[in-house]
Design a protein around this ligand. Structure first.
Ligand SMILES: *[C@@H]1O[C@H](CO)[C@@H](O)[C@H](O)[C@H]1NC(C)=O
Ligand SMILES: *[C@@H]1O[C@H](CO)[C@@H](O)[C@H](O)[C@H]1NC(C)=O
Length: 351
């Protein structure tokens, strides 16, 4: 069918879509840094973390909110990928599970080097912006993942983790979870401690899950913008960020169905008269400000002190069964065979 091509920009202009054009212009220079994406959890449950499976190809994966074309269309410039393990792994195999999810994130970066680059600092994010790659960072979802061990926490840092959420849906020995607020769980720490309340100057990366946005199963892009407006009102535009929770939730607002839709949300903020600087803040600058401040502290920190965390009851060791195989097919990393051969050889020499 023949279309009158020159009509469309005119229609777009008249229907108010100049905001969408403006959003794309801003995002070409300042792409979005999203704080929370659970694609690694999908890789576990759908493919048992076997990235080389044909169906797991991230250029064509269709059942997820996230794939490479959608990330490109959404101007995603950096992503904190969630290393997540559910609360029923607490006091069981949580640490092993988290290590496996961190491993799959690293392998994803190595498998698609033209798209992803694993980075661990703000310099790395800025560099990835320049290269047009998606800076990939690791956030560990749920304090239960460290088994109340600061040694595990430090080791995860060395593996690239750059944030740990305090809780998921279970209390930890040092913080209460959100179910305490709904009455579904018992309070233990009475919310944020004084130390917690003193952590100012940070940002809130808004989750898009319908039930959190509207307290109902349905929600809209406009309601997400209401949340962003509210945080801006109470804490300032410097406190706003996005943490969509794509591939970690079952319901997303109409207009924000997958990671390609961020520009539409930005267009909505522009329509609500957010300034370009405020929008850039929400996209990336606020996170970079906080990240750089954290780096300042960590660069000047001495040897970490050994602080004991009161341990919860340990309920015996057993394994959970996420993914679909207790005995995943074994693909040794390159060099591993050689290493095991030399171990055998060394063993022989010692005999
Ligand atoms: C940032 O991380 C990279 C590795 O990804 C490292 O080479 C570089 O030294 C780090 N930069 C700073 C300022 O820490
Ligand atoms: C919180 O901040 C106040 C005021 O700066 C300070 O006096 C207090 O010691 C801080 N509390 C903690 C637990 O860090």
């Amino acid at each position: 069918m023949q279309t009158v091509w020159w009509l469309w920009p005119l229609v777009a202009l008249c229907s108010g879509d100049q905001f969408r054009g403006e959003a794309e212009k801003i995002m070409r220079a300042t792409p979005v840094i999203d704080g929370h994406n659970d694609l690694p959890w999908q890789l576990l449950t759908m493919f048992n973390n076997q990235l080389q499976e044909k169906a797991a190809d991230l250029t064509s994966l269709a059942q997820t909110h996230t794939n490479i074309p959608k990330l490109r269309a959404g101007f995603v410039g950096a992503q904190f990928w969630s290393a997540y393990t559910p609360c029923d792994t607490q006091n069981k195999d949580a640490v092993r599970r988290i290590l496996e999810q961190i491993d799959v994130i690293h392998r994803m970066c190595h498998m698609y080097p033209e798209t992803f680059v694993c980075v661990t600092n703000s310099t790395g994010i800025r560099q990835a912006f320049q290269e047009g790659r998606v800076a990939s960072l690791i956030g560990v979802e749920g304090g239960h993942s460290i088994d109340s061990s600061l040694g595990v926490l430090r080791a995860l840092y060395h593996l690239g983790m750059r944030y740990l959420t305090l809780t998921h849906s279970c209390n930890t020995p040092w913080a209460d979870n959100w179910l305490v607020d709904t009455g579904e769980d018992q309070a233990q720490s009475q919310g944020l401690s004084e130390f917690g309340q003193n952590q100012t100057g940070s940002l809130v990366m808004v989750n898009f899950y319908n039930d959190y946005v509207s307290c109902q199963q349905q929600a809209t892009l406009s309601q997400v913008a209401d949340h962003l407006d509210h945080i801006k009102k109470v804490a300032g535009a410097g406190a706003v960020g996005f943490g969509g929770d794509y591939d970690g939730v079952s319901r997303l607002p109409s207009g924000l169905e997958d990671v390609s839709k961020y520009p539409d949300l930005v267009a909505e903020l522009l329509r609500r008269r957010w300034t370009e600087a405020e929008v850039r803040g929400a996209l990336a600058d606020n996170l970079l400000r906080v990240f750089e401040a954290v780096e300042q502290v960590s660069d000047h920190a001495g040897t970490p002190e050994e602080v004991p965390i009161p341990l919860g009851e340990l309920q015996g060791s057993c394994r959970t069964t996420y993914g679909y195989s207790e005995a995943p097919s074994f693909h040794p990393p390159p060099g591993a065979l050689l290493a095991s051969l030399s171990t055998i050889l060394l063993g022989l020499c010692l005999l």
